[in-house]
Design a protein around this ligand. Structure first.
Ligand code: GDP
Length: 465
């Protein structure tokens, strides 16, 4: 009943919003991706480049001059943190540029664009204001949707089976070995297990895997140490008694679903119009076939969240509302010479096609691209090789990177057997992180990028005409 009443409440709120929306249309753009995918850098560069637009030639409303001005405006939601645009931009563009602090939780920023619509309508109506509400949230939270229709027993069985197949799982399984799940709950034991399980999730994340539920274990925010984050998977127990470790972990798992996962989908996810999913595809390709296979599965899961049909409670929450466009973007393309960008894009397109088939996804327009929100390298030709050059993050020294070639046939990467040992980008790739380049920008000018303008055209271009 709560969901239905709540749904009605929100549809009234939605209706009022759309009445004001006639005069001042609003686009809610979700920006997500797993930790370190590049969300913070993307939003910072997108906003800076929309405010200035000198580097936004592929965004039609920018190149035609339809966007007259763009300025920051107080955001509509008073209880969500404001995306700290000014400090992030100062980090990137300062005398000693550094990468900004990454996304830890949800945040929001409103950029308002004064747009002169084209054609007859535009001549009559004059300029209009379009609000772009950018909502930044961790991709880990999105993957939690998969928990909603899984019981604690099912989630435990799946998670433990995967841990058994991985080296990183050994420590947690050893910790489990000395615990009796049917014994009475003992809080220090519960905390120890949760800590060991969290360490396991961090370890598999570092190896490039993305099946890291529950997502808040990695990014706990203000929930750190609370009972909803103090549980872990346990082997099945025949008729667990009340007060046992198993029963209490089951209860906490259910509380995590109803008090953490559900409110996020109800209050934030349900209001998104357009979505960009940033993917560190190069990192996964470097990590090897298992990580690529895992990335492909997480793209299926993410698309599943945008196709609520089979998920009854999500359909109810969304109340018929649908995301209109979803862009999957491989980030950090400036690690590759442009001669390889087409191959990276082809891999992303193949991953997306595969995910759409598996998720039987239809509806929203989808796209795949390779981008760099901030270009940290320049291209060079050394010893017959196409390389990229930049300042090494570790010591600031200039270094050139030639990570090897991506295969021209994406199926070589995507269809590879999970346990195949082949890697495509060489060992240099993982150690070669570049510092942001020192930029000599005119006042207000946005940082250099690769295809950020095309990404913006795909996501919001149609609403700025
Ligand atoms: P978030 O966790 O998704 O918010 O990720 P960030 O935006 O903080 O990015 C994580 C790291 O990826 C940064 O600190 C940079 O080292 C790197 N990075 C992100 N975007 C780019 C890019 O466009 N080019 C390059 N070379 N590195 C990037």
């Amino acid at each position: 009943l709560y969901d239905i009443v709540d749904g009605i409440g929100r549809s009234v709120e939605g209706a009022t919003q759309s009445v004001t929306g006639i005069f001042e249309p609003t686009i809610r753009l979700g920006v997500t991706g797993l930790s370190r995918a590049g969300k913070t850098v993307f939003i910072t560069s997108l906003v800076a480049n929309l405010m200035d637009r000198a580097r936004m030639g592929q965004l039609k409303a920018a190149s035609t001059g339809a966007i007259q001005t763009a300025y920051l405006h107080p955001q509509p939601d008073d209880t969500i943190a404001r995306f700290d645009f000014e400090s992030h931009l100062a980090d990137l563009t300062g005398a000693e540029p550094k990468w900004p602090h990454s996304t830890r939780t949800i945040s929001e920023l409103r950029l308002s664009l004064r747009v002169q619509p084209s054609g007859l309508v535009g001549m009559v109506s004059g300029p209009k204001t379009v609000h772009l509400d950018i909502v930044d949230y961790p991709g880990e939270w999105l993957l939690d949707l998969g928990l909603m229709d899984k019981s604690y027993a099912e989630w435990s069985a799946e998670t433990l089976a995967r841990a058994q197949a991985r080296q990183a799982g050994a420590a947690y399984l050893a910790a489990l070995g000395v615990v009796d799940p049917s014994a009475k709950l003992d809080e220090p034991t519960a905390q120890r297990l949760a800590a060991d399980f969290t360490a396991y999730l961090h370890a598999i994340r570092a190896e490039g895997f993305s099946d890291c539920t529950p997502g808040r274990f990695l990014l706990p925010g203000e929930l750190d140490g609370s009972p909803v984050l103090t549980f872990a998977p346990l082997p099945q127990v025949e008729r667990p008694s009340r007060g046992s470790l198993w029963r209490e972990f089951e209860r906490r798992y259910e509380a995590y679903k109803s008090k953490v996962v559900k409110p996020f989908f109800r209050d934030h996810f349900s209001r998104i119009d357009r979505q960009i999913v940033l993917v560190d595809a190069l990192g996964a390709i470097h990590a090897g076939p298992q990580a690529v296979d895992d990335l492909r599965q997480s793209m299926v899961d993410i698309l599943g969240a945008f196709r609520p049909g089979p998920n009854a409670w999500l359909s109810q929450i969304l109340f018929g509302k649908r995301v209109e466009k979803i862009l999957f973007a491989a980030t950090k393309a400036d690690h590759l010479h442009h001669s390889q960008h087409a191959r990276l894009t082809a891999i992303m397109e193949a991953l997306l096609r595969d995910a759409k088939d598996r998720a039987e996804f239809a509806g929203a327009a989808t796209g795949a691209m390779s981008i760099a929100a901030v270009r940290a390298t320049v291209e060079d030709h050394l010893q017959g090789l196409d390389v990229v050059r930049g300042a090494r993050l570790s010591d600031g020294k200039q270094a050139a990177l030639y990570p090897g070639e991506l295969p021209s046939d994406p199926s070589k990467i995507i269809g590879a057997a999970r346990d195949a040992a082949e890697k495509w980008l060489d060992a240099e790739y993982s150690v070669m992180n570049f510092a942001p380049a020192k930029l000599d920008l005119a006042p207000g000018e946005g940082p250099p990028h690769i295809r950020l303008d095309r990404a913006a055209e795909f996501l919001i271009g149609d609403r700025l005409r």
